[in-house]
Design a binder for this molecule. Structure first.
Ligand code: AMP
Length: 281
């Protein structure tokens, strides 16, 4: 497995593979890889001849008060995980390789980026869509793999690919969790011991919502309240949002009469964690 920093090098290699008749799977990440990322890479490996993983902590998707400078990084450990999971190339560009000093072109998706995470992170999805567009042009893969952990991001990317006719198939992969239910995340490393325990409140509350849905509850406000009341029991937790939405538009839903996404964002101390699940009727 090779680590490439240069746009031309990775693009030429991917083009060559495709010319030779190989299919290419692509997994965009910000590094500090864990089992969640690994599941994406393994899926890409199982469905394609070649696999490219990008590791780039994209400054454009972080707000001024967010954790860009403290975001965890460990290329050595990431290389081992990528190699074991079947990756052929890690694309690991420096900021200046990705952004010219006078960079001035952005990809902005309206509507569904203004809900949920878009409310508390107003520039986030513009940064995500811009960098993912660039990455799709740099790595002209057949398929790209994204986690359902970031359900809104997955919906946004699917919309972008549809609207802008990117020639790539977007594949969503299930959330990988720790044994106690906490969704794996590079940001979990920020949590102190007590905060890590408190983080179980996210998945625990979603489980409670799942239970009442399975018992037949169809009123979204009731479901929301069950989650909110449960999170309130945890002193270290502060809700950013708890929403029951349509999984495509991210618009709030009142009655569960079709597939819905229940998405939550909760601050545990200074760390903002997200979790979700989709309920099919
Ligand atoms: P990140 O490095 O956090 O930008 O994530 C890169 C990709 O990995 C995104 O598509 C995420 O949705 C996905 N991902 C992160 N955590 C998980 C997880 N616990 N399970 C599944 N996919 C994940």
């Amino acid at each position: 497995m090779r680590v490439l920093n240069n746009i031309k090098e990775v693009r030429d290699q991917v083009k060559k593979w495709k010319y030779e008749g190989f299919t290419v799977g692509f997994v965009p990440t910000m590094g500090y890889l864990h089992e969640g990322h690994k599941s994406l890479i393994e899926r890409a490996f199982s469905e394609n001849d070649k696999v490219v993983v990008s590791i780039f902590v994209n400054p454009m998707q972080f707000g001024p008060k967010e954790d860009l400078s403290s975001y965890p990084r460990d290329l050595d450990a990431d290389s081992i995980l990528c190699g074991n999971a079947g990756a052929d190339i890690i694309f690991h560009p420096e900021d200046k390789e990705m952004y010219f000093e006078d960079f001035s072109t952005y990809v902005d998706i309206n509507g569904l980026t203004e809900e949920l995470c878009g409310k508390s992170r107003p520039i986030h999805f513009r940064g995500v869509c811009t960098v993912v567009s660039k990455l799709f042009n740099i790595v002209p893969a057949n398929r790209a793999y994204f986690g359902e952990k970031d359900a809104q991001q997955l919906a946004v990317i699917k919309r972008m690919v549809r609207d802008l006719n990117f020639d790539i198939e977007i594949i969503g992969c299930p959330i990988i969790r720790e044994e106690d239910g906490v969704a794996k995340s590079s940001r979990n490393t920020y949590l102190s011991e007590s905060e890590r325990k408190a983080a179980t409140i996210l998945s625990g509350s979603l489980e409670k919502a799942k239970d009442i849905l399975n018992m037949g509850e169809r009123n979204c406000e009731v479901i929301r309240k069950v989650i909110i009341d449960n999170i309130a029991k945890e002193k270290l937790a502060k809700i950013d949002y708890v929403q029951v939405v349509d999984g495509l538009s991210m618009k709030v839903v009142e009655k569960v009469n079709k597939s819905i996404l229940i998405a939550i964002a909760v601050n545990i101390g200074k760390t903002r964690l997200i979790d979700n699940f989709t309920f099919e009727v």
